[in-house]
Write a protein that binds this ligand. Structure first.
Ligand SMILES: N[C@@H](CCC[C@H](N)C(=O)O)C(=O)O
Length: 327
């Protein structure tokens, strides 16, 4: 990891109460299966993180570049933190690249844990890290050693809800989705993973490749808060080394507030839950989800909870010239 070459003003200097903007803002770049983030250490809650600042930080040509910003902040400094998170010291304040707030980020929360580890706020040897999010508390554990893409972390993602129920499964979904490049309108299934998703199953990989995700798919009816759209192709089942049957999916995603990204952790969970629901009781509980940026593993439990496993990597320290961003 590259050390900053210029003196870095801590985010602590960037107080809402301060009359002087900092010269620089210390940031870290990280990613989980190439879903990439700008991470900010604002543990004292002094940073005035406006939507405009988020959008400028995430700009890939004039900023640092990322699919979103993750602010690490003490939960007591987050006015809209859900009550359930009150007992968790650290909160992941997640923002999409357009500056909008999202409830949860499955890739981001692993990268958040790696960031907390690096800051000395979490030692994986002591047990899982409980992270406050706007979707509630999520737990992150370091579970697998480096197998080529860095160590893997497993997130307890909480409950996954298919609000549409069995009727929608029978008809293929509770929404209609039009995707550029695909000639036919497809059914989509709404899945709540703390944030909203609409999952569309495609029969063949050619359809996945033909889909145009430079603009958001048209979802009807569109949920009031918008939705993330996952296009998935089931690839069948395989037997893992321990003898268990594991399903495999290929997925592309258009994220609310961002556009097409190379991975989405909550989206992978939504996709696995939808495909399993369509597949019925015989469908596997564990799914490998191939995304353009790598592979994630989703485990669906009988009680409706899910676990998400994958890598989390920190790649750079950045001293952000805030005045230059504004320019
Ligand atoms: N990429 C994230 C999801 C980020 C939030 C999403 N765009 C939303 O608005 O809900 C993930 O890995 O889950």
């Amino acid at each position: 990891m590259t050390a900053p070459t210029t003196p870095v003003a801590s985010t602590h200097a960037s107080t809402a109460a301060s009359t002087h903007a900092p010269v620089t803002l210390a940031a870290v770049r990280g990613h989980g299966t190439q879903n990439d983030f700008v991470l900010l250490d604002d543990r004292d809650g002094r940073l005035d993180l406006t939507a405009a600042l988020v959008a400028r930080l995430c700009d890939r040509r004039a900023g640092v570049g990322g699919d979103g910003v993750i602010r690490l902040v003490a939960t007591r400094h987050v006015p809209d933190a859900p009550d359930a998170t009150a007992g968790t010291p650290w909160f992941m304040d997640y923002r999409n690249a357009d500056g909008s707030i999202a409830q949860m980020c499955g890739n981001g929360v692993r990268v958040f844990a790696r960031f907390a580890q690096r800051l000395g706020l979490w030692d994986p040897a002591t047990g899982p890290l409980a992270v406050g999010t706007r979707a509630g508390v999520r737990t992150v554990a370091a579970t697998e050693p480096d197998v080529g893409s860095g160590p893997w972390f497993t997130v307890g993602m909480g409950s996954v809800t298919l609000p549409a129920g069995p009727d929608a499964l029978a008809t293929g979904g509770d929404a209609q989705v039009d995707v550029a490049g695909l000639t036919v309108t497809r059914p989509g299934l709404s899945v709540d993973v703390g944030n909203p998703h609409t999952v569309v199953v495609l029969a063949q990989e050619q359809d996945l490749e033909a889909a145009g995700l430079t603009r958001a798919p048209d979802v009807t009816p569109l949920p009031p808060q918008g939705t993330n759209v996952e296009l998935v192709v089931p690839l069948g089942e395989q037997v893992a080394a321990d003898g268990t049957v594991v399903g495999r999916l290929r997925m592309r995603v258009h994220e609310r507030g961002v556009g097409e990204t190379r991975s989405c952790g909550t989206g992978a969970v939504a996709a696995a839950a939808a495909v399993r629901a369509w597949g019925g009781p015989q469908a596997p509980g564990t799914w490998l989800v191939d995304v353009p940026g790598g592979t994630l593993r989703v485990t669906l439990h009988a009680d409706g909870r899910a676990d998400l496993a994958g890598p989390a990597v920190l790649v750079a320290d950045v001293a952000v010239d805030v005045a230059a961003l504004d320019a």
